[in-house]
Design a protein around this ligand. Sequence first.
Ligand SMILES: Cc1ncc(COP(=O)(O)O)c(C=O)c1O
Length: 381
Amino acid sequence: MRKIEKQMKLHHTEQDQLKELYATIEHTTQNFLGYPVSKDFDYSELMPFLKFPLNNLGDPFGESTYRVDSRAMEREVVNFFAKLFRAKEDQSWGYVTNGGSEGNLYGLYVARELYPKAIVYFSEATHYSIQKNITLLNVDHIIIKSQENGEIDYQDLKEAISYNRHRPAVVVANIGTTMTEAKDNTRTIKSLLEEMAIEKHYIHADAALAGGFAPFIKPRPVFDFEDGIDSISVSGHKFIGSPMPSGVVIVKKDNRDRIARRIAYIGSSDATITGSRNGHSPLFLWYAIKKLGIEGFQKRTDHSLAVASYTEKRLNELGIKAWRNPNALTIVFPAPDPEIIKKWQLATEKGHSHIICMPNVTFEQIDSFIADIEYTLCESV
Ligand SMILES: Cc1ncc(COP(=O)(O)O)c(C=O)c1O
């Protein structure tokens, strides 16, 4: 016994490694404006649960022989999002994923099982997880042009589908593209499919970031089940914020029933991408939802939008051509000095950078960022 305990102690060099990692993370987490991750959370009340090997193996809505789990909470999280996304009561199903990418894989997997001969259409501004998932699923696809603001080019989509009218169509709608947070209008996409009489069609919404707050924006963006979608994926660690990546995927129940298989070993049905599933992340999401409530979500949305509007204004006042899509938290502007990109960890692509005003971003932080920009502008004169 004593021998095992001795072995389980970290060597002092390893303890130093841990300390060093902690200090680095503590530092890098401070100036963080370029990625959509909220950091204003406190889950300390849940720390005792880290003692348990929580595993939500199998279907969250069915029984399982493995009961060291948080599946009751997971069901509440799924139902909460299903309601936010206006899914028909008792006609939807979902689970807590490892992130938005897994939710996208799941949506496309369901679509492929429904229409194995379909072509998947998505815009060039789409997140790389879609291309990867399509490769994994081995389905045909066509990339559609984007408009300048990052929204899908509906005319190009229409033309691409019209050349392939004999094939079922799966369209991925971006509810907030990664670089410009552009939202594709799912009602327009649905009407386009119906006008062309493509009976076998499926719309998956990738709402990784904006799914967390789109239901609280006025006017409400057109993106959910009442607006024609068949499935949706949202990240949990983005707008809500969580120490580990997580997400939620919601699909129509009938479609999900086609892919579920009963597995005796786990005493549950196998309807998810992975077998073992994180049992802590649903608990963290449940906790955040309960603490925030609808009012908390609304407040976070309003705060983020106010900071985004302020950032855009401050950059414009400096003569920088900053812009954002309607009611977006993302401000796009010409890439600044490399030192600024490094310090503030700004995602940069094709000569443009962006700031994402997540709920933890404060007006003071933006002032400090603007001061850095002003300094580089003065230096360059
Ligand atoms: C539009 C979009 N889709 C999907 C993802 C992937 O989400 P996750 O990182 O949760 O897998 C991202 C991540 O930034 C994204 O911006």
